[in-house]
Write a protein that binds this ligand. Structure first.
Ligand SMILES: Nc1ncnc2c1ncn2[C@@H]1O[C@H](COP(=O)(O)OP(=O)(O)O)[C@@H](O)[C@H]1O
Ligand SMILES: [Mg+2]
Length: 370
């Protein structure tokens, strides 16, 4: 029998191709067959050592049950979209290792074959199938992160982008309030988390409060102190797969779900008021966030009581400057009256958001245009 030739892992772009990690030839054959059925090209790593390269950047990882323990021992970090794959005739699935790696699913073959083919096929429909994830965080409390995140989401909607706003700050009071949507029907985090974190992505977005092309996954006014990483992974995955734009409103502390959002983000924006003390506080946040998201840039928000220049702030933080924000006239009153930031399409926030999203087009239109 001729030896099977696989493209060398380095020949394929790690960001574009799903990663299969298994040293079990039978399981590898099965997975390659399913990938082919879904018209997807894959990268293959036989063990944890080889899997390290591209582990974080692959769009999703299929981890053979044989390699799961090795990946845990090798300290590969938890990430979103890890699927542990096993066969029904093999011994018990490696539940503990799957939990350790925060696996999204344990897929048992042959039962899960059709599901896996779909997963490959979804992916193979091209990079356009993947929404852009923008994480927003503040350099200090009250910096304006939630306002900017909401303004970005509202601008996404105004531009007809299918947009998902994910509230990742359990102590922010609920980002639905920033939109003026606190009375709108639909699921919030507590209901999703009560449902034990197992959510089906397409169903998820449909069950959320939404209007037009914008949906929001928000905390409410309950005492929930955070979400399990699996729930965050499912939300990010649903957003990336089903929406054009996912905006994540992050807190300034980074536990597992926040790290997951940052590692998934295509870009992250740190909002920093143009004040000396805010810069000092932001320096620490920037250092922590940059570890997880290299595409971190700063938005400097005025006024600048000490005449500090945006470029000086960016330089002090050693980050590129993504934009500046003059104070938004009438913002506080608009928020109190339930009017979402940037909803009129006028003012500094709307202007900045349009610039930040300038290169994005709705996927629905792109598909028609082909
Ligand atoms: N672009 C802006 N212009 C004027 N005031 C703002 C702006 N962004 C935020 N603020 C003010 O700062 C407050 C806190 O903003 P918020 O987005 O909740 O901060 P964070 O999420 O960073 O803690 C808002 O309620 C508003 O009064
Ligand atoms: Mg906030």
């Amino acid at each position: 029998m001729p030896a099977r030739t696989l493209p060398p892992a380095t020949a394929l772009d790690a960001k574009r191709h799903p990663l299969i990690v298994t040293g079990d030839p039978g399981l590898l054959d099965d997975l390659l067959r399913l990938a082919a059925a879904g018209s997807a090209e894959v990268r293959v790593a036989p063990d944890a050592v080889a899997a390290r390269q591209g582990w974080m950047s692959a769009p999703f990882v299929l981890l053979g049950a044989d390699a799961a323990a090795g990946c845990v021992r090798a300290g590969l970090p938890a990430r979103s979209s890890v699927i542990v794959v096993t066969r029904s005739r093999d011994s018990e699935p490696p539940w503990d290792n799957a939990a350790e790696l925060r696996a999204e699913h344990v897929a048992v073959l042959p039962t899960a074959e059709a599901w896996l083919v779909d997963r490959f096929a979804d992916h193979a429909s091209g990079p356009v199938a993947r929404g852009r994830v923008v994480a927003v965080l503040g350099g200090r409390g009250g910096a304006g992160a939630s306002v900017l995140a909401s303004a970005l989401a509202v601008t996404g909607r105004r531009r007809d982008l299918d947009t998902l706003l994910i509230d990742a700050d359990p102590f922010g009071g609920g980002v639905d309030i920033v939109l003026g949507w606190e009375h709108m029907q639909g699921l919030r985090w507590p209901e999703l988390v009560d449902a034990s974190g197992r959510v089906s992505p397409p169903a998820l977005v449909g069950a959320l409060p939404g209007e037009g092309s914008l949906a929001v996954l928000s905390f409410d006014r309950s005492e929930l102190e955070g979400v399990p990483p699996q729930a965050m992974a499912a939300a990010l995955d649903a957003g990336r797969r089903g929406r054009d734009l996912v905006v994540v409103d992050l807190p300034r502390r980074f536990d597992e779900p926040e790290v997951m959002a940052l590692t998934t983000a295509d870009r992250a924006i740190l909002v920093v008021p143009a004040e000396l003390r805010a810069c000092a506080a932001a320096k620490r946040v920037a250092a922590l966030a940059a570890v997880h998201c290299p595409a971190l840039a700063v938005v400097v928000r005025g006024p600048a009581p000490g005449q500090i220049e945006p470029a000086e702030v960016a330089q002090a933080l050693d980050l590129p400057l993504a934009g500046t924000l003059r104070p938004e006239p009438g913002l506080t009153r608009a928020l109190e009256n339930g009017r979402a930031p940037a909803s009129t399409g006028r003012g500094p926030l709307a202007e900045l958001c349009r610039t930040l999203l300038a290169d994005m087009k709705p996927r629905r239109h792109r598909m028609v245009a082909r």
